[in-house]
Write a protein that binds this ligand. Structure first.
Ligand SMILES: Nc1nc2c(c(=O)[nH]1)N[C@H]1C(S)=C(S)[C@@H](COP(=O)(O)O)O[C@H]1N2
Ligand SMILES: [Mo]
Length: 308
């Protein structure tokens, strides 16, 4: 079942997690002091972005501990359990985000200004890694379309590239894999403008842990997890399709689109099922990770086996 709402937290109580966050969310929202509470604040200036359709049958959210202690962040380590400890060494302030390329109003924004200016929404999304594991994650973040609307893409802009931070002093994994850093990912402009696409700034109403990509990390819930670069420092709009890290290292395994698709296998394994972290029984992977109704239109007429 799908419901239309800008508020992800109108889920049945049965889906509530042990974090107790959902009961406490009103206090958190007040404490953050930045969410518009009906009637108290004027409507946001960039009201152009639609509210997305949100799925209600999403499953129980994983715990904060699960989400923050099973991570892929190759700049630190390929050991998912080791990332949390190693990422503590990365300095998160000062932090600036640079938006450039095919935009009318390029900007260099201080992260704390950005967090104050933009509306922070709460979104519980399914998360599916291309390796075959999954979670349900309650993110907080900024709708990317709000930011893109503000910097005004030019008529030539077709793609949006995201570039992660490189910190030689704390990232001890930089030379341990074949992956080139900085980590780079990209979306088509219409994918980036989709109301589900989020720049995550938090988890469970708290600051985003470093290991999950603090202070700013892309979340595209209908795509495999590698399409969500962490600790973003640059966003570049372009006319030509930009390079992306995993596609560059292994184009036959990692396509540009990387839409979750149980019918298209990875060359080395099937994508039909997934292992939700914390559950014993595997579950079926859903087309577009369960967001088919919202995003299938973006790919109408495309051969999804070729454009994987
Ligand atoms: N900079 C950077 N971003 C990254 C990665 C990475 O290694 N470096 N790994 C990707 C992969 S493969 C996944 S599955 C998700 C994992 O996000 P999580 O640790 O928050 O679950 O981050 C993605 N973003
Ligand atoms: Mo992944």
């Amino acid at each position: 079942m799908i419901i239309r709402s800008s508020d992800a937290f109108n889920l049945p109580e049965s889906e509530v997690t042990d974090e107790g966050f959902f009961r406490k969310r009103r206090q958190i929202v007040k404490a953050m002091g930045i969410l518009p509470i009906a009637g108290l604040l004027p409507a946001p200036v960039e009201a152009v972005c639609e509210s997305p359709l949100l799925n209600s049958d999403i499953g129980k959210a994983n715990s904060l501990h699960q989400i923050s202690h099973y991570n892929n962040y190759y700049e630190f380590s390929t050991n998912k359990q080791a990332v949390a400890l190693l990422a503590k060494e990365m300095s998160l302030r000062p932090w600036t985000l640079e938006i450039s390329g095919e935009v009318e109003k390029p900007e260099i924004i201080d992260i704390d200004n950005l967090l104050q200016q933009q509306e922070i929404v709460e979104r519980i999304y399914r998360f599916r890694c291309v390796e075959g594991w999954s979670m349900v994650i309650p993110w907080n973040g900024i709708q990317l379309c709000k930011l893109l609307t503000r910097i005004k893409p030019t008529s030539r802009a077709k793609y949006v590239q995201f570039i992660s931070h490189v910190d030689e002093s704390s990232m001890i994994g930089l030379s341990l894999t074949g992956l080139d850093f900085p980590y780079m990912e990209a979306l088509r402009l219409d994918e980036a403008m989709h109301p589900l696409t989020l720049l995550a700034t938090g988890l469970y109403g708290k600051d985003l842990p470093a290991q999950n990509g603090a202070p700013l990390r892309l979340v595209v819930p209908w795509k495999y997890g590698f399409k969500g670069p962490k600790s973003i420092v640059k966003i570049i709009l372009s006319e030509q399709k930009p390079e992306t890290s995993w596609n560059k290292i292994s184009p036959t395994e990692y396509g540009f689109y990387a839409n979750v698709n149980p019918r298209v296998s990875h060359p080395r394994w099937s994508q039909r099922k997934e292992n939700k972290i914390g559950e014993l029984k595997k579950k079926k992977t859903l087309m577009f990770n369960g967001y088919e109704q919202q995003v299938a239109g973006l790919y109408r007429g495309m051969d999804l086996e070729k454009n994987f």
